[in-house]
Design a protein around this ligand. Structure first.
Ligand SMILES: Cc1ncc(COP(=O)(O)O)c(C=O)c1O
Length: 397
């Protein structure tokens, strides 16, 4: 038999999806597993959004739509970018795709040529380096420091620039660290991008989940560099619509045309029903978005207190999203069943086996001395999970 695709061999499987699947399997087998591994809100999709989808079906809005997305939705997204993000765009600057992941895929495919380098700050969301590789680009990993709250500015980026640097991916608030990059740092990177000529892919999917009274700042709002920025977002996290698969980008018309051309040959339009639902999400009442944000902030505070008390873990206070990314340095080398824990995979497996709590090893995000746990779960589950982790860790020798 002829061999299969080498391109696929070169990419990693999504560890977050793998861990979530494993936790579901163990639960189906009757194990009392608490899974803190998934990257999705636990709330139901808001009622008005569900009703809009039901109406779309009843109205037979069930056929192909325009490849780029229905005009009303593109207009509503452009309006959202102007209103919430201060980004000056029109409907023609918007492409609607099948989730934020697909939006990022299209964006990178639209701008990269073989051998182009893309700076990816680490810890990174698992898919960033893989999506770069799929577009024949080279991910250049930029390590950020825990002591600096996993933030960075132009002084961290500059040493990594080469003549082949095509873009940087910025994700604020961040998955997996919850870090929020400050406006001043984003402005310094914008200045560098203009001077050294590179693009900025700004993944702002967690833009609505931000705490401590802070306001999200979009790098695409800086007029001098607006044509260099592709802003990616979607309804998955803000409106608890992960299963509906709607993401979108804002970029120059030229980039949108290229990304749309690619999409027209691969998936065509995103689901008509989901587009109707997303339209209601963006144009309808926003009360549920704020309710969920407030709940996440409360859970963050509850969990921060709990995790800070666990010996061997140190934890930063996340400024947004719904993840903790504690350091497990203090656990490495300790023995479980006589075998030393060597890295984040060992620690995640030990916690799953001993505490029956599923979380994701930091190695998947480029940080093998950390683990990621999501707090998009009820306070009861979070408290119980933290207690179980603490009890398990106290048994390590
Ligand atoms: C940083 C980041 N970007 C993009 C996405 C993709 O979101 P979607 O579910 O809309 O594809 C996720 C989802 O986990 C994410 O964490």
């Amino acid at each position: 038999m002829k061999s299969l695709s080498q391109k696929v061999d070169k990419i990693e499987e999504s560890q977050t999806i793998a861990m979530t699947t494993l936790a579901k399997k163990l639960r189906a087998e009757g194990k009392n597993v608490i899974s803190l591994s998934a990257g999705e809100p636990d709330f139901p999709t808001p009622e008005n959004v569900k009703q809009a989808a039901i109406k779309a079906i009843q109205d037979n809005f069930t056929k192909y739509t325009q490849n780029e997305g229905i005009p009303e939705l593109r207009e509503a997204i452009a309006e959202k970018f102007r209103r919430d993000n201060n980004i000056d765009v029109k409907a023609s600057n918007i492409l609607v795709s099948n989730g934020g992941k697909h939006s990022l895929y299209n964006a990178l495919q639209a701008i990269l040529n073989p051998g182009d380098e893309v700076i990816v700050p680490s810890p990174y969301w698992v898919s960033f380096p893989e999506i770069v590789k799929l577009a024949d680009g080279i991910p250049v990993i930029m390590k950020t420091k825990e002591e600096k709250g996993f933030t960075f500015d132009a002084s961290d980026v500059e040493p990594l620039l080469t003549p082949r640097t095509k873009a940087i991916i910025i994700n604020t608030p961040s998955n997996p660290t919850g870090a929020v990059i400050h406006e001043a740092s984003l402005r310094s990177i914008a200045k560098l991008a203009a001077e050294k000529d590179f693009f900025i892919i700004s993944d702002e999917i967690y833009e609505k989940i931000i705490y401590d009274g802070n306001k999200h700042f979009s790098i695409g709002s800086i007029p001098e560099i607006k044509d260099r920025v592709i802003t990616s977002s979607g309804v998955s996290k803000a409106y608890s619509m992960t299963g509906w698969r709607i993401g979108f980008i804002a970029a120059t018309e030229e980039i949108i045309k290229r990304a749309a051309k690619l999409q027209s040959q691969v998936t065509s339009n995103a689901s008509s029903i989901s587009q109707a639902a997303a339209l209601e999400a963006l144009r309808g009442p926003q009360t549920d978005v704020e309710k969920m944000r407030v709940a996440f902030e409360k859970r963050r505070d509850v969990m921060l207190k709990k995790l800070s008390q666990i010996d061997g873990m140190t934890v930063e206070k996340p400024g947004g999203a719904f993840y903790f990314f504690p350091s497990i340095k203090g656990l490495l080398g300790k023995k479980y069943n006589g075998t030393p824990l060597k890295g984040s995979s060992d620690v995640a497996q030990f916690i799953l086996a001993e505490a029956q709590v599923a979380l994701v090893p930091g190695g998947a995000f480029g940080a093998d001395e950390n683990i990621r746990l999501s707090y998009a779960y009820s306070e009861k589950e979070l408290t119980e999970a933290a207690d179980r982790i603490s009890a398990a860790i106290s048994k390590l020798k």
